[in-house]
Design a protein around this ligand. Structure first.
Ligand code: T1G
Length: 699
């Protein structure tokens, strides 16, 4: 079903019915057009109500159709809206729950709009690198006023229906119903009350004016410019809305269409649309049915009240889930609690958290020094020292005390979750939950699936991740899982570039110009260079043949661990985050090159970006081949949400697809010729080589 038709006396009710969000795909557009024509032809019908079944009025155009002929096939959305607006009988939109994008544009083509309170109303196209392409930039300013319309279009954020209805002079909503439940009754009554009103009111006939015209739009352009460095869409939103105030409606519509089509074909929009689906796809695990029954997670226990334990606890407290924290010593508990309170108090001071909410959250937190107090918890997360013997002691205790059916999770970032699971007699209940630091801020959560982890445990922790507003990606068990395994190759390339002639600043600036939130050396200073040092020391034992630059070790031998020691690759002033280049570090790198007899060369930003990003891509291709990641889009999500990869590039895999895998492989062959690089590493992973040879893509 895509839309159904029902006559209620002299009012025809057309109900969009295209689950899950009544996307306005071709079949739905066709069904609505047929229903509108049917109501026109039926003399017994005096008015038409359009509404949506299920959990949305309409979530907008069907994004899955973009880039395919279907999205343009008649009746396209513009034609459908024109058909509704040109109806000889009044068309009333009965709106509830969600009205977004093309859904709002369809409602703006109706003659009247009746909405339930609490409806989320938005034009989120800008979040997809687009702008409203079915009249939203021309009708919403007319219905709502230029400024509120532009704010909604440029932010893409939802606003509640009852809030919009309070705007002075607004013509978006003719009525807000008493409750969501009374929507249909009140919409039918409203339809009968306007059945004979002529001429039919059309949003397109309203004026769109702004008293300070040019000055306002100049201000708007300046504001938008600052926030949309890598995205063309927001600035085009301003152009389109300004056109509504300067051009005739039909000309404004033509201009909007031109801007929309152009944006549709930008790499930025393709990347953002890719990420929209990738984020949703990440929560789906191929061999775990979506209807797998979930374990009930009412209370959580956390082992370890350090930085990670405290940050993890906050996620659950924020979601209203009680937490019991265990430490070995009271002063560790006190310190942990104090840190959590301090974090919340900082949010209260900034006005980001209400005092009563803060107190509610803290009331959900309890502490203990005894494992026996944890037995009732449904989920326990261990966040203790990253040492297998310590994890072993913890999981033996958990195995002893936790109730049957409890999920036992480790926050380990590098250790083998299978080994940890085998410390217990219930490996099927053990899973890795790798939070990224700071755990109460970073959205990414790597859910590490052990060989024996039960399917319902996987389904449960993915649902818990959504509840605590994390973007979860499933990883298999390997050293570094997905993100850290790839970042190790990225860091190795950074080291080689220093040996070959780059400064840390040159590499960082090239990557930040590419769009990374931070280049590799600033990132190392932030995370702590000693972390990478510890891993490399392990590597030198495990893989003596693996090639590394020694510069990072030399830096750590000087105790320059980064921000936490006030100095790393860069110098830092207490309380500030600015990375100040340090001449001694540069001299140290130069001296090291001399000791190796290396003749430096000028290295382009392009080579820097390609070697760092393609090192991620090649390692990721191995990760896919080994089944550590289920799909390439999951790897994009890991890098966007966990490592500051630029969203407008869509993630490393999407970026490689955009460049063409053939070109990526050609570049890798060039890198393999460089005697100072690691030729073995640059052999394309078989999956990458095959896709490139086939002219195929990862995603
Ligand atoms: N098109 C296609 N699929 C969509 C969709 C859409 N517009 N919106 C949601 N889905 C799918 C989604 O992929 C997921 O699928 C399922 O619905 C549930 O989504 C011409 C050009 C509406 C607030 O940008 O913001 O109109 O994973 O998990 O949390 O100007 O979905 O189950 O297979 O997000 O309840 C503009 C995007 C389109 C709205 C519901 N509209 N959607 O949130 O569910 S462009 C949007 C959302 C447009 C016109 C332009 C949210 C939601 P699956 P979900 P939710």
């Amino acid at each position: 079903m895509t839309a159904n038709y029902q006559a209620h006396g002299d009012v025809a009710v057309i109900t969009l019915d295209n689950p899950p969000v009544n996307g306005l795909g071709l079949a739905t557009r066709q069904a609505v057009a047929d229903a509108v024509n049917r109501a026109q032809a039926d003399e017994a019908i005096k008015a038409i109500v359009i509404t949506g079944a299920g959990k949305a009025f309409s979530g907008g155009a069907d994004i899955k159709e973009f880039g395919s002929p279907k999205s343009l096939q008649e009746p396209n959305l513009l034609s459908l809206i024109a058909l509704v607006e040109g109806s000889t009988k009044p068309v009333i939109a009965a709106i509830h729950s969600v009205m977004m994008g093309g859904g709002l544009e369809l409602a703006l083509g109706c003659h009247y709009r009746v909405a339930a309170p609490g409806t989320n109303v938005a034009l989120p196209e800008v979040k997809l690198g687009l702008l409203p392409g079915a009249g939203g930039t021309q009708r919403l300013p007319r219905a709502l006023g230029v400024e509120p319309a532009l704010n909604m279009i440029v932010s893409g954020e939802p606003v509640k229906s009852e809030m919009l209805a309070m705007l002075p002079g607004q013509k978006l909503f003719d009525k807000i119903t008493a409750t969501p439940a009374s929507l249909m009754d009140e919409a039918l009554a409203f339809a009968r009350s306007v059945a004979d009103v002529r001429p039919l009111p059309k949003v397109r006939d309203l004026p769109a004016r702004h008293p300070q015209g040019d000055a306002y739009f100049q201000f708007a352009r300046n504001m938008v410019k600052g926030m949309s460095k890598n995205f063309p869409a927001p600035a085009k939103c301003v152009d389109a809305v300004e056109a509504a105030t300067k051009k005739k409606f039909v000309d404004g519509m033509a201009y909007e269409r031109e801007l929309f089509i152009n944006l549709m074909w930008t790499a930025e929009s393709r990347s953002l649309r890719h990420l929209f689906f990738a984020e949703r796809a990440a929560s789906k695990i191929p061999d775990v049915p979506s209807d797998t029954s979930l374990r009930d997670i009412k209370t959580v226990a956390i082992i370890g009240a350090g930085t990670m334990g405290g940050g993890i606890a906050m996620n659950f407290l924020n979601a209203g889930i009680p937490v019991k924290m265990l430490e070995m010593k009271q002063e560790a508990l006190d310190r942990g609690l104090a840190t959590i309170a301090k974090n919340y108090e900082a949010q209260v001071k900034k006005g980001k958290l209400k005092q009563d909410k803060y107190e509610q959250r803290m009331a959900l937190l309890s502490t203990t020094l005894s494992y026996d107090d944890l037995s009732a918890a449904d989920l326990v997360i261990e966040a203790v020292f990253e040492e297998l013997s310590v994890k072993q002691a913890v999981f033996k205790e958990l195995d002893r005390v936790m109730k049957l059916g409890a999920i036992l999770a480790s926050n380990t970032s590098t250790l083998d979750v299978n080994s940890i699971a085998n410390f217990t007699a219930r490996p099927q209940d053990v899973v890795g939950l790798h939070f990224f630091s700071p755990a109460n801020v970073m959205k990414l959560l790597e859910v590490v699936r052990g060989e024996k982890t039960a399917k319902d445990v996987m389904a449960t922790v993915m649902a818990v991740a959504k509840k605590i507003r994390k973007t979860a990606v499933v990883s298999g068990v390997c050293d570094g899982f997905i993100g850290n395994r790839m970042i190790e190759q990225y860091g190795r390339q950074g080291g080689f570039l220093l040996d070959e002639g780059c400064t840390p600043e040159q590499v960082d600036k090239a990557m930040e110009k590419f769009g990374m939130a931070m280049g590799p050396f600033r990132m190392g200073d932030l995370a702590g260079n000693d972390i990478g040092w510890a891993i490399r020391k392990r590597r030198y034992q495990e893989k003596p043949h693996m090639k590394y630059s020694k510069t990072a070790d030399l830096l750590c031998e000087k105790g320059r661990f980064g921000q936490k020691t006030g100095a790393g690759w860069y110098d830092y002033v207490a309380g500030k985050r600015d990375a100040i280049p340090n001449a001694e570090v540069v001299a140290m790198i130069e001296a090291h090159r001399k000791s190796l007899g290396i003749t430096t060369r000028k290295i382009s930003d392009e080579e820097i970006v390609q070697r760092l990003v393609f090192s991620l891509v090649n390692e990721a291709a191995h990760i896919l081949e080994e089944g550590i990641a289920n799909k390439a889009s999951d790897i994009d999500i890991v890098y966007i949400f966990g490592y500051g990869f630029p969203a407008h590039r869509g993630g490393p895999m999407n970026y490689a697809d955009e460049l063409g895998l053939f070109n990526v492989v050609q570049a890798m062959h060039r890198f393999a010729q460089n005697p100072l690089d690691d030729a073995a590493f640059w052999q394309p992973a078989p999956l990458l080589a095959r896709l490139a040879a086939e002219g195929n893509k990862f995603n």
